[in-house]
Design a protein around this ligand. Structure first.
Ligand code: OFO
Length: 165
């Protein structure tokens, strides 16, 4: 069993993960509309991963004999002016998710819930990886993205992303 405080913050995190899935899916649609199909594929794969992140929390809450509560998922909002601008927003979004996961970890310690503290370690690691991957794409876009031929090559590279789910 987990405490009500832990149950509630894990449920909030499910909502954040599903919001992330919406956000990446809307970005995927934007990239498809402007003909960047590799970028679109990359964002679609990420959207699936975000659903998986939500589902891992879902299973954990049920496994601890607690309750899942679904809140409304907000409409995704982002500026759609260029791939660089979109990825900078992705980066800021992922940083906010990292902060949220940090808060979950902090709360588990306050509640002396070491099992959930251990569970949440996977998310802490995942956030380090996600921030790193996105910041590398931003660096490439800043360095080469002004050239159409370079953007084409980055698009081809992102098209090779494999789905882990
Ligand atoms: Fe679930 O990691 Fe991104 O948001």
């Amino acid at each position: 069993m987990i405490s009500d405080k832990i149950r509630d913050i894990l449920n909030e995190q499910i909502n954040k993960e599903f919001y992330s899935a919406y956000l990446y899916l809307s970005m995927s649609a934007y990239f498809s509309e402007i003909g960047l199909y590799g970028f679109s594929h990359w964002a679609k794969v990420q959207s699936k991963e975000e659903i998986e992140h939500g589902m891992i929390l879902f299973e954990y809450i049920l496994g601890r004999k607690s309750q899942v509560h679904f809140a409304q998922i907000s409409t995704p909002k982002f500026e759609m002016n260029s791939p660089l601008e979109v990825f900078e927003q992705i980066y800021n979004h992922e940083r906010s998710i990292t902060e949220a996961i940090d808060c979950v970890a902090h709360m588990t310690e306050g509640e002396c819930d070491l099992a959930t503290r251990n569970f949440i370690d996977w998310y802490l690691e995942e956030q380090i990886e996600e921030e790193d991957v996105v910041s590398r794409i931003i660096s490439k876009l800043k360095t080469f993205g002004g050239e159409k031929s370079a953007l084409y090559l980055i698009d081809r590279e992102l098209a090779t992303r494999e789905s882990s789910t």
